[in-house]
Design a protein around this ligand. Structure first.
Ligand code: AMP
Length: 593
């Protein structure tokens, strides 16, 4: 690998952010020219490709609007009903909210993933995006050299076949499958390809940790796509380090790993190494696991994973395990497209802003009103009446919902994310991730967003700090089984030191309920005062409950690489998993002021 390859990436970032407007206009014009003849665009543009006409006539859509077209392609119709480029398959995304609602209405136990068309260009875009988001990181931490390894926990998902014989796969799996990526994995990653493609997530994780520990002196980076997956891996290690050490000592992988790919990959590198096993054992048996990542992988320079948005909650716990190693949130993207990169990788995770790359997709922004502090709920979903703003015209401090137009058949498509402008790099705006749109808990007319909930939980959990407890996971549930309905928060707690949980003080837990209510928005508090909402409840669940929840979603098809804990539970099955592990219930004692 040539030295300083990232310098080319940095130059390209400068170029595209400087010429943001021109690049966006050219990209849109190219997409419209290529796709003007599709059945979908002909409906609105009658073969024309003018930008103003596009904005005036083509509607802002959600997945549900495009689904009839996608279903037609999946059932064997020509893909040019929606896009001109020949499709190579579908990319699928499991959205917990969509998928659990479907379960409730259809009564089935399976969920329907969202499918978007995949074309040859998509893989190239991901490769370019990776170069661009890695470049600023490499500028700070240096190039990857011969012999250096990345320990990234990656999980491919099995493909499914559509009635027309096309395959649908998660975006991460489609990237891992490319031969260039596999070659890079073999050279620069500790995880064997066989483990990444192992269909059993637990066996895969065990094997990836085993390989990471065996090659611990070469590891310069620890990471995964999302913070929750890195934490899951560390917690798994807390429960399995003895078994892993005895494998390393004997030079044989545990019998419970039955996957033939994992076993044969292990047989190629494992040989008895009692010295290494003892070293790892000595580190792992220490009472506190503070800084364990740095101790186990002493050459690691940083931990890379998304720590913003719904992942912010995991930052504190991850920082405990990293102690001293920076947490780098490098990129913002989704299954549909790539969006922005973090030009300041050393910033605190909470301050991460993503500079949008104008060459990735055509972006528009719908202004979002956000005013809980007024007596009228103004968070509106009726954005259709609001004009969209171009990438270069967004305003600092303002919030927007993101729309993308791509060559994969998405035109003015709502990604479902709300972002806030924090500044500009050259002519390209930088955004902080605010929240998923519509992921709100609500029992009456009020709406509480993911960000509102996060803020209130952060205030309330501070009460547990002096007692040595850490809130490791939470989610919410709108309990309307009796009137008036009330908010339920499921909390999983652990002690800062050690693994078991000492007795909780009921007085403090009740205080936490009250603090939560006090920290929620104006409308919530008014409704509570008027008894339109009953007292908030915290249900403390046993340790490991949220792992069980993750296992549940993964068993239903969600990718472990892309898993995000739902902020609000809607599925009866998921609720059952949580409720069956409740250790204590606490209620707010009075209505907030
Ligand atoms: P998926 O398509 O499953 O990879 O999920 C994509 C979604 O994950 C995005 O639409 C965001 O809601 C969230 N996401 C991805 N990257 C980030 C990030 N850097 N910060 C916050 N949320 C993110």
């Amino acid at each position: 690998m040539e030295t300083n390859w990232y310098e080319g990436g940095l130059r390209l970032i400068e170029e595209v952010t400087t010429n943001a407007e021109q690049i966006q206009d050219e990209l849109l014009s190219e997409i419209l020219t290529r796709n003007a003849g599709t059945e979908y665009l002909r409906r609105f543009l009658h073969g024309q490709t003018d930008k103003q006409l596009f904005k005036k006539n083509v509607p802002v859509v959600t997945y549900e609007d495009l689904k009839p077209y996608i279903d037609r392609i999946a059932n064997g119709e020509r893909s040019d009903v929606l896009l001109a480029e020949p499709i190579t398959g579908f990319l699928m995304r499991h959205e917990h909210v969509a998928f659990v609602c479907l379960q409730i209405f259809s009564g089935t136990s399976g969920g329907q993933p969202k499918l978007t068309p995949d074309i040859a260009e998509v893989a190239n875009k991901w490769q370019l995006f990776r170069t661009l988001y890695e470049s600023p990181v490499m500028k700070h931490f240096g190039d990857i050299n011969q012999g250096d390894k990345r320990m990234e926990f990656l999980f491919a998902r099995p493909e499914i076949e559509t009635p027309s014989g096309l395959t649908a796969t998660s975006v991460s799996t489609s990237v891992y499958k490319k031969s260039g990526f596999k070659a890079m994995l073999r050279k620069f990653h500790t995880s064997p390809v066989e483990a990444i493609f192992c269909p059993e997530p637990e066996q895969s994780l065990y094997c990836q940790l085993l390989f990471g520990l065996i090659q611990r002196d070469e590891v310069i980076l620890v990471g995964s796509a999302f913070a929750s997956t890195v934490l899951r891996a560390i917690k798994f290690l807390e429960n399995h380090w003895q078994e892993l050490c005895s494998d390393i000592k004997a030079g044989l992988i545990s019998h419970r790993i039955t996957d033939s790919g994992c076993r044969s990959a292990a047989s190629l590198i494992m040989k008895p190494n009692p010295q290494l096993a003892d070293m790892i054992q000595n580190i792992c048996k220490s009472k506190s696991w503070e800084g364990i990542i740095r101790k186990l992988w002493p050459k690691a320079n940083y931990v890379r994973c998304v720590c913003t948005g719904v992942m912010s909650h995991y930052t504190e716990e991850l920082e405990f395990y990293c102690r001293g190693l920076p947490l780098v949130s490098a990129a913002y993207a989704s299954s549909e497209a790539q969006y922005g990169i973090n030009l300041n990788p050393l910033c605190k995770p909470a301050d991460a802003s993503y500079t949008f790359l104008p060459n990735m997709a055509y972006f528009e922004f719908l202004p979002v009103k956000n005013d809980h502090d007024e007596s009228i709920e103004m968070r509106s979903n009726d954005n259709e009446d609001t004009e969209s703003v171009d990438l270069v015209n967004v305003k600092p401090g303002h919030r927007y919902e993101l729309l993308v137009t791509t060559s994969t058949g998405l035109y003015r498509y709502k990604v479902g994310d709300v972002l806030m402008v924090t500044g500009f790099h050259n002519n390209a705006p930088q955004f902080q991730f605010v929240e998923r749109q519509n992921v709100a808990i609500s029992v009456d007319q009020e709406k509480t967003s993911e960000a509102d909930l996060f803020k209130a939980v952060t205030e309330a959990k501070a009460l547990l700090d002096p007692l040595g407890f850490v809130l490791t996971e939470y989610t919410s549930y709108a309990d309307t089984s009796s009137a008036p309905g009330h908010y339920v928060l499921f909390w999983e707690l652990k002690q800062k030191e050690g693994n078991h949980c000492k007795e909780l003080d009921p007085k403090i837990m009740v205080e936490c309920c009250y603090r939560l209510e006090e920290s929620l928005h104006y409308t919530y508090k008014i409704y509570r005062k008027k008894n339109i909402i009953a007292p908030l409840e915290i249900r403390v669940v046993k340790q490991g409950t949220f792992d069980a929840l993750m296992d549940h979603y993964v068993s239903k098809g969600a990718s472990l690489s892309q898993y995000k804990r739902p902020s609000c539970i809607k599925s009866k099955e998921a609720l059952k998993i949580l409720d069956s592990r409740v250790m204590g219930k606490f209620f707010s004692p009075k209505s907030p002021l």
